[in-house]
Design a protein around this ligand. Sequence first.
Ligand SMILES: Nc1ncnc2c1ncn2[C@@H]1O[C@H](COP(=O)(O)OP(=O)(O)OP(=O)(O)O)[C@@H](O)[C@H]1O
Length: 609
Amino acid sequence: MTAVLESRTVAGLVDALEGPERGILDEGSKREIRRASLTAVCVPGYQVPFGSREMPVARGWGSGGLQVTLGLLGDEDVVKVIDQGDDDGVNATNLRRLIVESERCEETQDTRECSVVQSRHRIPEQPLREGQTLVLQVPVAEPLRGVEKSVSECARMHAEADYSMMWVSLYEDLVRNGVITKTTGYPVLVDDRYVMVTTPIPRWDVPRLNDSPHLTLFGAGREKRIFAVPPYTDVEPLTFDDVRYEVEGSEQQRCVRCGSSDTFLVESTGGEFACSDIEWCTRVRDEDVDARLHTDNAPLRFLPDPSARVRGGVFTGARREPEVRPVPQTADGWTLAARGVGKVHGPGGAEAVPGTGPDAGTAISPLTGAVVAAWDVDFDVALGEALGVIGESGSGKSTVLRCLVGDERATAGSMYLAGVDGGTRNIFEFDDAERRALRIDTLGLVHQNPVDGLTMTVSAGGNIAERLTAAGWRNYHEIRDRAAWLLEQVEVPLDRMDDPVQTFSGGMRQRVQIAKALATDPGVLLLDEPTTGLDASVAAGVLDLLRTLLAERDTAAVVVSHDFSVIEALTDRTIVMNVGRVVEAGLTDQLFQDPHHPYTQRLVAAARR
Ligand SMILES: Nc1ncnc2c1ncn2[C@@H]1O[C@H](COP(=O)(O)OP(=O)(O)OP(=O)(O)O)[C@@H](O)[C@H]1O
């Protein structure tokens, strides 16, 4: 940070806040851009919104980069503009003329002499130094756009550093192609915090952003975002620990014009290669370069090594059995405890409760009109125990489960997990981010409908990878080995491991969902109608599987179902819910043999039919 504050460029930005008015951007807009740029410098990689202006340039000319450059330039600045590595192309010439005429600043084509470089496709081959600023024009600023369409969900993912879907897209790419095929806009992790996109620069240039002495500012005109890599900041291309980052090129290629083998080369129509940076190429021929400095900065150690690549195709590796984590339990003998859980939909909260419940025969409050979906629900579940929650449709059982999972905020009551601060903290008081973290590490959830628990366009292995990468796994082969082991456990053939789950049958999808829920070996498993909607024979198979898995583990499980045969097959104890209340509780086999409450008797009779 000290280096950032000492950088002349950043100091220049601060001074420029007070600069005189001139040019095609009004002073208000310039101030806006300078403020956004300074914020971006303070939070590396974070996309700072700014009030973008219409620019007198055609679409695709990079109005975002242009605005940043115009907002940045002061009296002393010397600007260089490159497009496709060329200072003399039509775009570069016109943009430079626009900038110079607007800001009345000096221009140059020599990277060594400029203070600001505006560029679109390249970082100059001439290593940039302290005090220089590189402005990159950005077509699409949001790195998560390819994996998540919702803008608010992207914002949440950045806020919580939840980049598992990005990792899944890299995983799927490797499975399909054996390499990460992303060429331009490669995602990087900035300052160990935000994932950022790197604009249309080639992968060759990405390592140049890491720990660089210059400031890089990225301007996205359409999305109205500015983000920054301040001097001496860590910029790490995303890749798995056991998968090398690769740049384009090969050790054999040389520039046909200047002979360089340590520059980014593009292929000409004749099949020959030439430097894409015309300035550098010309200076090499004129012997006007510091060749040693350039070679030291060139990303040669990232050149492809086919022998070090991962293997694509059908899985042939090992099955990685998880290290079984002991399931925590309190001295009172529970792993999960729910105390007085209540949920009221509508006005009144607890005041809506009188006049509702089984005796009143309604969940609708006569006082406020609210729906009392569940009230005063109490239970605990021990290590290795499975608790059943049974009731007809509308009895409130799913509501209780949704409150435990965090999909709904409970109106009343509390929830405790032995594995979280020894069971002393009320989980209902956790914020959304903390609750989501629990769902990765501590709670495994199986929805009635696999569509709710799986990403249907992603492979079976990729769905498991999503949970594992969310839990911090970063080794491609370990993820694959673990996914293979889990899929074998749930009897999904490994030759289907890399197929999208949308091509699977209902029973297979449910098995993948179970494997995904078990991926991080959670201490608590929550199952919501796990066999409803499946054909009888398929449901029997899934039930058998769940029975075996629960018997093998110390997991504490809650199984919600309207079907006594499911509850009987899977659980040790059961609570019976009717109109939002628990009407009976006991050992499952005793309840089944000798139900006391008339409502339970009806449920048992239905199961025996
Ligand atoms: N968002 C909501 N707004 C109003 N009422 C709701 C809402 N969600 C659930 N309810 C009501 O709460 C009661 C309990 O619903 P819940 O889904 O928990 O029942 P259930 O026993 O799980 O039934 P099912 O098996 O059909 O899902 C029902 O009367 C339901 O209509």
